[in-house]
Ligand binder design. Sequence first.
Ligand code: ADP
Length: 442
Amino acid sequence: MESQGSDVRRIWLMAMLRLAAWLGVAAVVGAIFGAITLALLIALSIYTAGHLLYAYQLHRWLARPRTQPRDGFGVWQEIYTELYRLKQRNRRRKKRLKSIVAEFQASTAALPDGAVVIDDRGRIVWFNTAAAALLALRAGQDNGQRIVNLLRHPRFAQFLADAGGTGAQLEVPSPVNDTDTLVLRVVPYGNGQRLLIARDISEQKRLESTRRDFVANASHELRTPLTVLRGYLEMMTEEAAEDGDLVRWQKPIHEMDAQSARMARIIDSLLRLARLESEGLAQAQETIDMAALVRRGVAELESGAGHEHVFVVEVDDTLGLFGRPGEIESVISNLLFNAVRYTPSGGQVTARWSADRGGAVFEVIDDGPGIAAEHLPRLTERFYRVDAGRSAADGGTGLGLAIVKHSLEHHEAELSVDSQLGQGSVFRCVFPSQRLVSRDVA
Ligand code: ADP
């Protein structure tokens, strides 16, 4: 850079020296003929005309870049050379950019996911081949069209307006074939532009449904033989108690009875989960008296044998919930039952139903052993137990919290768990405002 700068300085210095020499010669010639002013005027005119000619050539070349630039003289030669170099550099850069764009287009065209670029007014700017196939977009014809006019799913417009980098996704039936399912995601970028990504998840959905059906069918098939076994075991338990010869079988028969009862609970829970998975959002038709349900759940546990806990109930009677009473009841009883099961006798269990930040929250708080942080994210997985032996001995199935999670999802609610080892646990179900109704309590 430094040397280029000094080159430029040198060239212009030379140009000025040349001008001085030219004027000097003119002045001498003028002096000889006794007309210095006229000679200087003529010399300056020739000098200006020369520059005008080169400036004209430059202008012509800039206007029609395909023509070859003429060789200049003095500073013009340098200016021409610099411009020519600049042009060559730009040409190379353009070529490189073109090949990057071509590569980008080829790679996005090969993507299995549909990608649509949408401008700040919701119009389609560009889309790849997969988007054309998945969303039934027509190349050329649909560019510039508003995407909401082409993707007419009732929840899509709202989703597009809301999805501001939240990572939210929307499942919609495919506009090409409504037995297929697409998942849509929106990534905002630049000046109000958004990238809509569409992925075909039909195969995944079909696998999920096959798995669900298999579990439901297997559970259903196991139910009948188990009922028969349990019937005989019940009979044998009674006979063993009365018949002296059978007394040595009393213990194993009792154990078999307990284990078969546990199997029946697991099968019932699996069937319930399969049902929950295949059902959609609970439509808001029934108003549930949450306060009464919570009180009833606690009362059932209080009257149950074997546990000596201190129960605290704090419920807001004016706060009702829209939803399916059976599912909400199972949420309440599962969480209360767990708190009682895992908290040693004498511990305290609090059930609370209250308004919270626009929505409402149902909490079950215990002062039991608590749960270590590494287990918390996995608690709602099927059959996940912190201590499998302990859970089985207490009659647990490992499915309770999975049922809670699914039931809550049907009510647009979320389960969160706060717990630390030795500090007790808080299971919190957060319901959104649209699920709530205020009840009159006269
Ligand atoms: P389970 O039938 O084994 O109780 P759940 O799905 O209801 O299955 O619970 C999963 C696991 O979460 C339990 O095995 C237990 O380890 C843990 N857990 C649930 N509730 C509590 C609680 N209140 N205190 C401590 N651990 C709990």
